[in-house]
Design a protein around this ligand. Structure first.
Ligand code: NAP
Length: 302
């Protein structure tokens, strides 16, 4: 397949394009399934502007994919117990298939007991202990959307993982840790290094890698001297600057060296949303299976 390339000749791993392909394909899957009512519920606490924009685009894409969506908007001064009551109601509602609690929560609220309320089949963000446990144990469950989106990008743009060396910068439970598990698991078969803020000589560590995934949230951290010629470089980090959104990767300079690269914006962000839609439909199928014993459709179980 011919891919679009950057001015330096790297393959441009276009997340908007792949997200749109995912949405179109999901829509036809849902239509072929008889247009069942599949519902994603989002919970947003407080007024954080970027969080509000993320949630808005999730609803827009849900609609395009043929999913119903519901939104619960809560004030930042809500009591922990009231927030938990709201989330428990969604957890108990059989017409809601996927629940996404937009993180981070405002100061003073604890996300852990809120996440604990999510049934594993409705945890479409894959963030609960049980979803993480399933990922570690190789059992079917929801995989966190951002690292899953990275895997989809690597696959779509023909980046070989088997036997290759990968470095993941960042060790959060949201991105870095699940990313390491996904890259290293059987069938994907990369040899993975987990780097973080205490990693000595990060540039040298990254230069060893065929795949570099930057999820540090440190604008411009990855410079050309981090990149082995021809390596794939995936930018997950998001920082806001006067010039707009910038990533962890110095795109212009790095694309001269890399073999494949994601833009920022337009790379991993849209893929996170595309994967959330896929997870929501998978959630519906999991719940249908629990209720009826009908097998999960092929390709939905991760
Ligand atoms: P996080 O919880 O703050 O974790 C950041 C990780 O990066 C930590 O493990 C930290 O190391 C490491 N780190 C920070 N500075 C570093 C440095 N200079 N060198 C090496 N490692 C460094 O953040 P997160 O939730 O994983 O998110 C990471 C970034 O991805 C953020 O910018 C976030 O906004 C973005 N994000 C993007 C998407 C998307 O869809 N594109 C989705 C989610 C998050 P220590 O553990 O040693 O502190």
């Amino acid at each position: 397949m011919e891919f679009e390339r950057t001015t330096g000749g790297a393959i441009l791993m276009d997340g908007i394009r792949l997200r749109d392909e995912i949405i179109v394909s999901l829509r036809s899957t849902i239509e072929a399934d008889g247009n069942p009512d599949v519902c994603l519920a989002t919970v947003l606490v407080g007024d954080d502007k970027p969080s509000r924009l993320y949630v808005k685009s999730k609803h827009k894409k849900a609609k395009e994919a043929g999913l119903a969506s519901r939104h619960i908007d809560l004030p930042s001064n809500i009591a922990q117990s009231q927030l938990e009551t709201e989330v428990r109601a969604l957890a108990d509602d059989p017409s809601v298939h996927g629940i996404l609690v937009q993180l981070p929560l405002p100061e003073g609220l604890d996300a852990e007991p809120v996440l604990d309320l999510l049934p594993v089949t409705k945890d479409v963000d894959g963030l609960t202990e049980r979803s993480m446990g399933r990922l570690v144990r190789g059992k079917p469950g929801h995989v966190p959307c951002t690292p899953l989106g990275v895997m989809r990008l690597l696959d779509r743009y023909g980046v070989e993982t088997s036997g290759k060396r990968a470095v993941v910068i960042g060790r959060s439970t949201l991105v870095g840790l699940p990313q390491v598990l996904l890259l290293g698991r059987k069938g994907t078969d990369a040899t993975v290094t987990l780097a973080h803020s205490r990693t000595a000589d990060l540039a040298a560590v990254c230069r060893e890698a065929d795949i570099v995934i930057a999820a540090a949230g440190m604008a411009g951290l990855v410079t050309p001297d981090f990149v082995k010629p021809g390596a794939a470089v995936i930018d997950v980090g998001v920082s806001r600057s006067e010039a707009g959104i910038v990533g962890d990767v110095q795109f212009e300079a790095v694309q001269e060296v890399a073999g494949a690269i994601t833009p920022m914006p337009g790379g991993t962000g849209p893929m996170t949303i595309g994967c959330l839609m896929q997870n929501t439909y998978a959630a519906f199928k999991m719940q249908q299976y629990e209720d009826t014993g009908v097998e999960l459709g092929s390709g939905l179980s991760l």
